[in-house]
Design a protein around this ligand. Sequence first.
Ligand SMILES: [Zn+2]
Length: 581
Amino acid sequence: MIFKANLKILESTRAMLKFFPRTFLWFAALWLIHPPPVLQAECHDADLILRNGKIITMDATRSIVTALAVRNRQILAAGNDSEIAACSSPRTEIIDLHGQTVLPGLIDVHTHALNWAEGLLRNDIDPGYPKVHSIPEILKQVSERSASYPAGRWILGAGWDESKLSEHRYITRKDLDAVSPNNPVWLEHFTGHLGVANSLALKLGQVSRDTATPSGGVIDKDDSGEPTGILKDNAQGLVQSVLPPDPPDLALPATRVVSEKALEAGLTTIHDICLLAAGIRAYQDAHKNGWLKLRVQMAPLVSNLQDAEALAKGGIYSGFGDDGLKFGAVKMFADGGMGAKTIAVYEPAEGEPGNLGLLIWPPADMQRAHHILARAGWQLETHAIGDRAMDEVLDSYQAVIKDLDLKEPRFRIVHAGFATPPVQKRLRELHVLVDSNPAFVYWIGAYFSKYGPQRVRWAYPAKSYFDNGIIAAGTSDVPVTPISPWWGIWAAVERREFHTGQVLAPEERITVLQALEMYTRNPAYIGFEENQKGSLEPGKLADFIIVDRDVLSVPSAQLKDVEVLKTFVGGELAYAKPAAH
Ligand SMILES: [Zn+2]
């Protein structure tokens, strides 16, 4: 109802603008000085009222109010305590916030949450930071498993990062062979762009010095031409295809883990990216069973032209579903990862002469796939970190937008690692959106420097996106960085690198309000949900969080330590921090 009323106002202002432009401008100026009260005339019989708080609405003027009324899963009104008191009835539940801070529920548009949660349930060892700090610590875990497992049983782990290991080098086949000669081992890197196998695992995957390199992948070899055990990007499939299948009951419990961990961190919506059939089915079951309190957009993975054709033929497209679970964009990869040194660049990284990285798709095939999917109604999101990969994706997007005469496709680039001025110019002109990763500056900023100071200057920028009118969201890419959005909010404000504490590209620091925008308004827009989410305004979904400190006034170093006290989804309490004993 409220939207209909707003639409009418919009129509009449349009008519006014046509005939009385000056009068309109005068009204508009008055509007800005005295914003109309957010209280709705029909405000009564609220289900829930929050009062006596600091409610950061993130609306167009970034209003801060003290009270909020909720009815029927939506925000009914926002305003001061006495205004909102008028919305109550005898049945209304009242929460006195005692000055606590409330924010819209946070949104992360790029996670691999289900995959991460499955790993937590499935993996035999944890080779990731902060659990381990050196290769011997990883090998100790492998050797313990190999001593207790029967010969032939796989030992699996994920999350290692050589930049957090004291040796600062990849783990190798030989390291693993020394502690596990009779059990195959596969340890995935935290970026997902590479993994290491021991000799037995390589043998099972039929990887030898003579194996042809799969397209879009790298089999790392030593000076004598023998595989080192490191497989990058598509080459990982050689070993992944012989791993034991997941138990059929793994994905469903993993959705519960996803929902709990996300709500605890203050997320009320996530996009889960690169989903395959089992993941989509699990989310659907979880939603049907009623335990998926978190809202999820599912992004299926397309790895080749056949995938694209099959998805298009299926007849489903972006947006199908409901407020709780729906299909989002379709995900493709243009290049690899910085950790694997497989991002596609015009100039190689230091110490990597001749390595211009990988283009996972031949450009003509990528454009064909984009075209098929966009014509079928899919929003596109394509992983691209290097400048060469971004140009490939933008060329393709540009052609598809023109060919299909798309008005507002909201195509996305995932990461846009080195968003140099020429890249930003193209992003702006094509209205391409960015799923960015402020938290990478902290967690993996050490990788940036290998690409030279000119590219570090434009690594995961934020301020220049705001200045240039490019809409970017902040995302965790969990498990690449922890699921908590507070790491990203903090890193966007401070831009400190993990090892040195050095501020990388200080020009790109943004304010706390802008950082919050990257986790509320902007991701809502990216997900075509700006009319339902991203701010606390009448008519939008009542997704909000109560946090333990005033994020607008605490020292910025504390932003990473913010704790969520309560998370509400659709006006219902979905998470409450357990009381301290
Ligand atoms: Zn990702």
